[in-house]
Design a protein. Structure first.
Length: 501
């Protein structure tokens, strides 16, 4: 499909930068802290930890400071929170915005590009009151599970809308009710609970809740943190131990990692070893996501040569191949195992796992193609001409253009937002135009540059972007990382495109 359209653009201003062609993060952006936004209930508050610093959100932050050195925790969680009170308010905590979700949305809106990820645990309190002594109120369970099924998609959607592309890591729950309600139990109760019908009922209750949680996070594009698996919630094999005796593994883990089997009064809450288990589960998921994204940069030159920095892989180029028109841009696939190069006539060249979805190579264009961006799933891409006219192929959608706007400088490149519901255009002076859900993080529009800007590439998760100049000088804004440049030693032919992973 080809789609060309015209719409008004939002023209945005500039931000002072640290230099041209050298270390490239914008000076103001470089000094901004990064925030781990943590949401949830009393577990996220740290109830049960011997010290608030040992609560799992703070332990996650400590694990992630190697990747995010300026990271601090913004913890908005509230004790006794359910999915309904998190979404709509009315719980123990009072938020000026009316609810925990409202406070999170407001924080994300006021800190664009400063939140690399969000953590959330919620849902256990939906069924906390259903076990009463040695019985389970099935009506209570049905209501609690139904509320989670209704509320969680709205919670995830609210966070997604406030911060498109920022990864969300949400946990399911361990089962603290294997021996009855959340009152602390005695060793004798633990011993007598093995194989009890109540344990089976509790497992069924938590299984229903976790199924809803798992489905909601997966459907909403969040990463599921499988705490239930960490706590061996469904493992009844006699491979654990308690008080010197054999015990089912799930019971053994609950006794070891919560206060259910001690006399502290903290009941279902995590003890210090449990906080560490929870932090490790979240941290592993976060690290896997960061590793999958990688940290590297590609630059392409006019003859089709590809230059790699950081851990960006080389997947082939057009060096030595005659071209009808020079290469003007590139785009990467969703898994960073492929990329496209595009020539000024809109001819497309694919490498790695990049697929061909069409081109403007056989069309008569009003202005030459200057930029390219791929959709999040890699099943389509946009081309942009120097007047800002947009061509969409595959599953790419049209969100506007600068085709009917008088520009101070021609458009030279574009980049798509992580959800594919918007894109940025950049002009040769580094002025940035936003469409759809693209947000502004800065520009070089009012700076004196040694060489013109030639392209733009989004930061992982859409929390910023990188601009590159024709000498390979690189400028980063928001959450974009600097991985290197050729600003001090330009390649033989001008740099014409930039890609980041």
């Amino acid at each position: 499909m080809i789609m060309i359209g015209v719409a008004m653009a939002t023209v945005v201003g500039s931000l002072s930068i640290a230099g041209v062609g050298g270390p490239v993060r914008a000076a103001a952006a470089a000094s901004q802290p990064e925030y781990q936004l943590s949401l949830g209930d009393s577990l996220a508050v740290g109830w049960g930890a011997s010290d608030p610093a040992d609560g799992y959100p703070n332990l996650i932050r400590a694990q992630e400071t190697t990747t995010f050195p300026a990271l601090t925790v913004e913890n908005l969680s509230c004790p006794a929170e359910t999915t309904t009170t998190l979404l709509r308010g009315g719980g123990w905590c009072q938020y000026p915005e009316g609810s925990q979700l409202g406070a999170a949305v407001a924080f994300l809106a006021s800190h664009p590009g400063q939140v690399p990820y969000i953590t959330i645990d919620i849902g256990l309190n939906n069924v906390d009151g259903c076990p009463v002594g040695s019985t389970i109120d099935e009506t209570c369970v049905a209501q609690g599970v139904a509320a989670a099924q209704s509320d969680l998609p709205w919670i995830i959607a609210g966070l997604r809308s406030a911060a498109p592309g920022v990864p969300i890591f949400g946990s399911n729950s361990y089962d603290p009710f294997l021996m009855g309600d959340d009152s602390p139990v005695t060793p004798e109760a633990v011993d007598s609970s093995q194989g009890s019908s109540f344990s089976a009922q509790a497992s069924a209750m938590m299984g229903s809740l976790n199924n809803v949680i798992d489905q909601a996070y997966t459907a909403g594009g969040a990463t599921l943190v499988d705490v239930a698996a960490v706590f061996a919630t469904t493992d009844t094999a006699m491979s654990g131990s308690y008080d010197g005796n054999s015990a089912p593994q799930n019971l053994s883990d609950v006794c070891a990692w919560t206060h259910m089997c001690d006399s502290t009064g903290w009941g279902l809450h995590l003890d210090d070893p449990g906080e560490a288990q929870m932090a490790d589960a979240f941290g592993g998921a976060i690290d896997q996501s960061v590793d999958a994204r990688g940290r590297g940069t590609w630059l392409a030159d006019a003859s089709g040569g590809v230059h790699t920095f950081g851990d960006a892989p080389f997947l082939g180029d057009l060096t030595g191949h005659p071209l009808n028109r020079p290469i003007v841009s590139m785009a990467t696939t969703a898994d960073y195992r492929g990329y496209w190069l595009v020539a000024s006539d809109g001819g497309i060249f694919s490498f790695g796992d990049a697929q061909f979805y069409g081109s403007t190579g056989n069309l008569e264009l009003n202005r030459p193609v200057v930029g390219m961006a791929a959709t999040p799933d890699g099943h389509g891409y946009w081309l942009v001409a120097s007047d800002g006219g947009i061509f969409a192929f595959g599953d790419a959608q049209f969100y506007g253009s600068t085709g009917n706007i008088h520009l101070n400088r021609p458009v030279v490149g574009m980049a798509a937002t992580p959800d594919g519901h918007g894109y940025w255009l950049v002009a040769s002076d580094g002025g940035v135009f936003t469409f759809g859900d693209a947000q502004f993080y800065g520009s070089t529009g009012h700076e004196n540059l040694n060489r013109p800007i030639i392209g733009i590439s989004p930061a992982p998760y859409g929390t910023g972007y990188t601009l590159a100049a024709s000498d390979g000088g690189v400028f980063t804004f928001g959450g974009a990382d600097f991985n290197g440049s050729t600003g001090s030693s330009p390649p033989p032919t001008p740099v014409v495109a930039v890609g980041t992973e």
